[in-house]
Design a protein around this ligand. Sequence first.
Ligand SMILES: NC(=O)c1ccc[n+]([C@@H]2O[C@H](COP(=O)([O-])OP(=O)(O)OC[C@H]3O[C@@H](n4cnc5c(N)ncnc54)[C@H](O)[C@@H]3O)[C@@H](O)[C@H]2O)c1
Length: 358
Amino acid sequence: MRKKRLCMVGAGRVGRLHTRNITERVGHRAEVAAIVDPDRRTAEELAGDYDVSVVCSSLDEALEGGDFDGVVITTPTFTHHPLAVRALDAGLHVHLEKPMAMNLRECAEIKASAERAGAALQVGFMRRFDHDFIQAAELLRGGAIGAPVIIKSLTHGPGLPPPWANDIRTSNGMLAEVNSHDLDTVGWFADSAPVDIHVRVANFKGAARGVSTEHFYDTMLATIAFESGALASIAGVCPADYGYDARVEVTCTGGMVQVGEAGPAGLVSISAGEARRCAPVFASWRDRFAEAYVREMAEFVAATDGAPVRVGAEDGTRAVALVLAGTLSMLEERTVSLTEVTSPAFVPSWQAAARSEA
Ligand SMILES: NC(=O)c1ccc[n+]([C@@H]2O[C@H](COP(=O)([O-])OP(=O)(O)OC[C@H]3O[C@@H](n4cnc5c(N)ncnc54)[C@H](O)[C@@H]3O)[C@@H](O)[C@H]2O)c1
């Protein structure tokens, strides 16, 4: 069978990870046929490492010269909308990294393009492809331990993400970049629509790390209420310095399920730097979800052949709605109802500042 030809858009951290996984683990079914990045050096370095012969500076350039089955978009969040719409309108299947987009108008336009093209749109929530998370979701759906009453989810990232990801104007900040995985997970596990969210933040390390971006925070606690009556809390810390930590605990009316450990051997206690470390921790999201990322790319390749998409526009949009309501909650220091941000009149004012400067 002919290998699927994929175009990798973005040669940064995630572009490199997906290129490696496609080449080394899904290579019997697909190939990265081109790498696109305006940063030529980064693109050429990645192409050189994985024998990709075509390097382009823009998606338009790649589409003019190439023939692809799908596009993998791994660029900064503020570029997701134009790139995804361009690829889908060209009739190509798209894997789009999380967060799906900057706002709900962009999400709706991406979804409409996918529907018009009849193309697959997979959103990069890799936890949906993780064995433990899938098992927990199945256990919860099965009803054997009753209905979820409280879901506690945390993601702590090891180091500062790229500068664009720290700025609420270009990424919606840490809630989007780090904790949108939790926003997706709690909705998935609750199996219910979110009603409102309250977010509180703190900044412990920004000044010492040279981050002076307005509204930067490195510590976040969100509470969410669902229509079912279930409650969720989400904790975020980034940079956490000790490692990458993603864990969830769901208490149900008849039992409890826990997903994740801080390290491959479980957790006793952890300190950063020279101090005690009783068990190894996951150094990065690449380690913790290594197999989930492979499965994510394998399923995307299958989706280019018509297989169902595990996580798409609907889940991606729900997480973006929570990001917007959560950011508004942080800025206005109040609980924000989801209906406020899903109203057609709602404009995320903090993003307009970035647009007027551009
Ligand atoms: N699923 C996950 O676990 C995970 C982890 C980290 C980041 N992400 C997401 O992946 C995306 C990229 O994050 P990253 O950490 O790899 O960022 P990065 O900054 O390391 O890399 C982004 C790359 O995109 C390139 N780029 C910018 N505009 C472009 C354009 N128009 N066309 C092509 N390339 C362009 C940049 O030059 C850069 O090389 C973000 O949406 C982020 O939220 C997902």
